[in-house]
Design a protein around this ligand. Structure first.
Ligand code: ADP
Ligand code: MG
Ligand code: MG
Length: 875
């Protein structure tokens, strides 16, 4: 039998999206569940592929199937293509399997010609309407099918209006429109050297070919490249009999969602226009009415529409986005698809559909995009208040959330006011490390300079605090303590509101609403936890981060970096003394100063984390990062240490490295300065023993050695740590258990993971360094070429954000296999940036890791992504 290239709507179904395209498959489905859909036919995506195979030509077989099905369409509608008495008019609509901008626009009223236009006149009794439709059709067909610029037609229209002294299109009479039709045909002829096709079948075949050609226009190709859509799948074409929403006051057209796409509220949400056609609703020429108003003007149609909407939602088991038209008191549905929605709506719809018994918990978990959760974790402006406010300026949305408070121009002032209980916003030209305390105390941060990676932006994101950066239209005078926007001047203490998710700035105060971690969010997270196999830990160096992470559901700390603690104002001096010491005695003296502070840090974190596991990493960065750079600090250090300034400067100079990332850092520091590792081990063990006793809980600290490449490195440090730990235990008469493991972040460590496993209790993959060293891309410099590499297709995504599964991932996989072979119970996790990236999380799930660790605000993202990974890979 011959291949079937064309399907009537009543022959298809929703399961045939690949063959009929999304629009066509849904039109079929709606037809078959008995909803009022104007009859039509779909030319398949396979016909599109065939069209290209034949050198951009429709085969005779396809053409004859189109003609045969057209005959059946005529029978169904009791109208005839090209008929003077009762003409069939159709729309030609493109529709690929995946909805895709760039494809051909819809053509309405195809089938109009000098004869059928008279038929329409007779049927509607409205010759003006008929000729207006005709001239619009010629313009649309010429533009969409042949690419003749619209303005050429608009010029002709404007000329005619001017000649008659008209202001509005509505003043054109039937006779004017008849003249215009002839002029439009002439433009067509001038542009194409052939007559405008008057034969409806010819019009149709030309339109079908144009849809197929549009599959390979530049816009569509770019879009497919961007979203990784295959170029071979082709688009379908839908040919549908026309219904008219512009046939008077009992006609109309509209679009509606079955639930609210921004809040998720379970109530039909949409708009319609009386006496209007097609895209008039979205075109914004007339203001549409809300769908409730349909109940006032056409109550029966309203009820019928609501019932159809409910049917569609029940049938598809998801929120639908529906297009409809009313022709002289009769409702028609023209399209349905899954509705796009905000994160908030997505969450609410998913949870409520489970509660309504419409979908399962698994489906709900699969339906929410983990990445979108971020939006829900920060305070937002009260949605009603914000609608009434207009922004005075717009900067970069540097860190999400909303904040309102009094303006202060220095960190000191912001701290002082905050301590008195004021809500403050710190406004600066730009921020620097001295402003940290003020940034910490303020509700939000606004800067007039700097980009998305400026100090203000980076620090605010780290704090999870709202920040608008680089708002160049405001002028900040930190000395006079004023800021201005145009003629508006704001002084210290005036109220301002910032939206870090949009970059908008508002004058005055706007109430904010706190994110709710209970309610729908809590429910979805609980379901996610039921399905996921991966543990979720967090990367946290401070008590505050640890607290936030626990609130978001972290089950432990996967990476506590100790160097951040070294940078604190009160201790950096002791750290510097330790570094420039020229004898062990001197160094140990400095370390003794640091020990109680480190211990205290760990105690605070252990207290918050309770019995949850905490992995603490020994000092990692090269020492020169701690060294003073300004003369004042150098002088102070020289005085205290009794080292001449010139000698100190030599020493500082000697710490300089050409390639510090590959230099004297990580475990190499601990090997050469064992007293540092000893101090850190002591601080960890003492803290763990003390908190265990004080809180009466069992703590098993995990001590992690960074940057191991050879088993011997870990072996030496393991012994050293154990010596210290056992000594402390003896001193404190404790039986504390502890683990010693390593970060796997050097390719050599992956390749020899079986050897290293012999001396490790656990592995944590440091995928940032591992990516850096596997590719040989410096993370700090890769920004210069990564986007270019993505553009030419060398890289699919930034390997520092989403793990390179084929390369870096292969090393992880190898290390997991080797590690488990040597030690079957070896506990393994990942603590790089990738631990918060959904695609990477799925990969780690498949690799068989025990947990992922990510920054506190990513914890919910990771919980959901881990659940999706488990559900996606059920065996
Ligand atoms: P898009 O993919 O851009 O939404 P559509 O193919 O849905 O394009 O067409 C756009 C609009 O044209 C529809 O919303 C509908 O209002 C109108 N339209 C399409 N086909 C018909 C038809 N057969 N009768 C009446 N209006 C139609
Ligand atoms: Mg549409
Ligand atoms: Mg590292």
């Amino acid at each position: 039998m011959n291949k079937k290239w064309v399907y009537l709507f009543k022959e298809g179904s929703a399961s045939q999206k690949n063959l009929l395209g999304g629009k066509g498959a849904n039109l079929s489905e709606m037809t078959n569940i008995g909803l009022p859909v104007p009859p039509g036919l779909t030319v398949t995506t396979e016909a599109c592929t065939e069209f290209y195979k034949q050198g951009k030509k429709l085969t005779d077989e396809i053409i004859s199937q189109i003609k045969d099905n057209l005959k059946m369409l005529e029978k169904q509608t009791e109208k005839k293509f090209g008929d003077v008495e009762n003409p069939l008019l159709v729309s030609v609509r493109s529709g690929a399997a995946i909805s895709m901008p760039g494809m051909m626009d819809t053509i309405l009223n195809l089938g109009l010609n000098d004869n059928t236009v008279e038929g329409i006149t007779k049927k509607t009794g409205n010759s003006r309407f008929a000729y207006d439709s005709y001239r619009r059709f010629i313009q649309m067909f010429s533009d969409v099918v042949l690419g003749i610029p619209k303005y050429k037609f608009d010029y002709a229209l404007d000329d005619l209006k001017e000649k008659n002294g008209y202001k509005y299109d509505t003043e054109l009479t039937t006779d004017d429109l008849k003249i215009l039709v002839e002029e439009f045909k002439n433009i067509y002829k001038l542009e194409t050297k052939s007559d405008f096709p008057l034969e409806p079948e010819k019009q149709l075949l030309m339109a079908v070919e144009a849809v197929f050609r549009s599959w390979n226009n530049a816009r569509a190709i770019t879009y497919r490249n961007l979203y990784d859509i295959s170029h071979d799948i082709g688009t379908a074409v839908n040919v549908q009999s026309m219904v008219f929403g512009n046939m008077g006051d009992t006609s109309g057209t509209g679009v509606a969602f079955t639930r609210n796409p921004s809040t998720g509220e379970n109530r039909v949400f949409g708009e319609f226009l009386i006496n209007a056609q097609g895209e008039d609703v979205v075109a914004g020429i007339r203001t549409p009415l809300t769908i409730d108003k349909l109940n006032d003007v056409m109550p029966e149609i309203y009820d019928q529409f609501i019932e159809s909407a409910n049917n569609l939602e029940q049938h598809y088991r998801d929120m639908q986005d529906i297009e409809f038209t009313i022709e002289q008191g009769k409702l028609y549905l023209l399209q349905t698809r899954t509705g796009k929605r905000t994160a908030e709506s997505s969450l609410r719809v998913a949870v409520e559909m489970v509660e309504e018994g419409l979908i399962s918990k698994e489906e709900a978990v699969m339906r929410v995009d983990p990445k979108s959760l971020d939006q829900l974790l920060h305070p937002r402006f009260d949605p009603i208040e914000i609608k009434k406010s207009a922004p005075i300026a717009n900067g970069l949305p540097a860190s999400p959330g909303a904040a309102t408070g009094k303006i202060f121009f220095t960190a000191e002032d912001a701290v002082a006011a905050s301590e008195k209980g004021e809500a403050t916003i710190l406004v600066r030209k730009e921020t620097s490390p001295e402003d940290i305390e003020g940034m910490n105390k303020a509700r939000g941060i606004l800067t007039s300079r700097g980009g998305m990676t400026s100090h203000a932006a980076v620090v605010a994101r780290g704090m999870g605090k709202c920040c608008v950066a680089g708002c160049e239209t405001i002028y900040v005078d930190e000395v006079k303590k004023i800021m201005s926007v145009g003629d508006d001047i704001l002084k210290e203490g005036d109220y301002i509101s910032l939206d870090g998710s949009t970059g908008n700035i508002y004058k005055g105060s706007i109430n904010t609403v706190e994110p709710s971690l209970s309610g729908n969010f809590g429910k979805l997270m609980k379901w996610a936890d039921e399905f996921r196999k991966l543990g979720i830990r967090t990367n946290a160096d401070t008590p505050k981060d640890s607290e936030t992470a626990v609130k978001f559901g972290a089950e432990g700390i996967g990476l506590c970096r100790t160097e951040h603690m070294f940078f604190k104002e009160s201790r950096i001096f002791s750290v510097r003394k330790m570094i420039v010491s020229d004898s062990i005695v001197q160094r140990e003296k400095a370390l003794e100063e640091i020990l109680p502070m480190q211990k205290n840090d760990f105690k605070e974190i252990f207290k918050i984390m309770g019995p949850r596991p905490v992995t603490i990493r020994l000092l990692d960065p090269p020492l020169h990062e701690f060294i003073p750079t300004n003369e004042e600090d150098i002088a102070e250090l020289s005085k205290d240490m009794n080292i001449p300034i010139s000698k100190l400067k030599d020493l500082i100079h000697s710490l300089h490295e050409f390639n510090p990332m590959l230099g004297h850092r990580g475990c190499r520091l601990a090997i050469t300065y064992p007293e540092i590792a000893r101090m850190q081990a002591r601080a960890i063990i003492e803290a763990a023993i003390e908190v265990s006793k004080e809180e009466n809980i069992t703590i098993v600290p995990e001590i992690m050695v960074p940057l191991v490449g050879k088993k011997e490195e870990l072996n030496i440090l393991r012994k050293l740590i154990m010596e210290t730990a056992e000594k402390v235990k003896e001193e404190k008469n404790s039986k504390l258990e502890y683990l010693i493991g390593t970060m796997i972040e050097i390719p050599r460590a992956c390749v020899t993971a079986d050897e290293i496993a012999e001396v490790a209790d656990f592995y944590s993959f440091g995928t940032n360094d591992l990516t850096q060293m596997t590719f040989g891309y410096s993370r700090d410099d890769a920004g210069k070429f990564i986007s270019a590499y993505r553009e030419v297709g060398i890289l699919e995504q930034d390997p520092f954000q989403s793990i390179d599964q084929a390369g870096v991932g292969k090393l992880v996989d190898m290390a997991v296999t080797l590690g488990k072979k040597a030690k079957s119970h070896l506990h393994m996790g990942v603590c790089g940036e990738h631990g918060g990236d959904p695609a990477s999380i799925e990969f780690f799930h498949k690799t068989g890791l025990d947990y992922v660790s990510c920054s506190p605000f990513r914890v919910p993202v990771a919980r959901l992504a881990a659940a999706q990974a488990a559900l996606n890979n059920k065996i």
